[in-house]
Write a protein of this length. Sequence first.
Length: 157
Amino acid sequence: MAVRVQQEPFDAAAETEALTRGRTDVGGVVTFTGLVRGDVDGRSLVSLTLEHYPGMTEAELGRIEAEARKRFDLIDCVLVHRVGELTPGEGIVLVVVLSRHRQAAFEAAEFLMDYLKTRAPFWKKETFVGGEGNWVDARDSDNRAEARWGGESITQK
């Protein structure tokens, strides 16, 4: 399956190797691994907890993955997003895209990550040293990055 939501850690190298094994039609492979940062705006992060609605989340990620395949003429791709309680340094998201040419692979990876940062149906809560916590909204910089792909048009069909 091209889209997975899971609690378990992922292995970026193994995912990439499995996706490219035996392929001779691939000219570009772009991978992106997002990690949980240990500091947010100068505050020490203890954990990041991600919640979602099973079934709905996978369907929405599958829809945007299909949009990326169509827009960028991808050969293949995989999205892995973790949920549950994660600690600093852990992998939270993996995007691997294959295309005939590097530009399409880079653009598709950026498109997918911009969507995941702003519109994917995950709820994130940061917990800081001292027990203080807050729910996370998309940052203005993330919204600006996502807007270059057409904003609402990528999430409404």
